[in-house]
Design a protein around this ligand. Structure first.
Ligand SMILES: [Zn+2]
Ligand SMILES: [Zn+2]
Length: 92
């Protein structure tokens, strides 16, 4: 079952179950702003990020979202820096 993690790995913003969020196949979870900075690519596994489905509120009581906050700003910062350097060089 999808973990529905409570925060963005890059900026630690809260991402409640009904908030827009993006995830990779390993459920690394990002807010839309960070996902855009990352170019839609997960900095942890290199996989693509897709919109996280919203779990209906009526199901959350029996299937609550994860409370384990995962925050890895270093990996995100490195990935964003690489992307901005690529951009400076003309998008190679
Ligand atoms: Zn974020
Ligand atoms: Zn990932």
């Amino acid at each position: 079952m999808l973990a529905l993690r409570p925060n963005c790995e890059c900026c630690d913003n809260d991402l409640p179950p009904d908030a827009p969020a993006l995830i990779c196949s390993f459920e690394c979870t990002f807010c839309p702003a960070c996902a855009a900075k990352l170019g839609g690519v997960c900095p942890n596994c290199g996989g693509n990020l897709v919109a996280r489905p919203i779990r209906p509120a009526a199901r959350l009581a029996a299937h609550p979202p994860s409370t384990e906050r995962i925050f890895k700003p270093a990996g995100c910062a490195a990935a964003i820096t690489v992307r901005s350097k690529i951009h400076e060089c003309g998008g190679l």
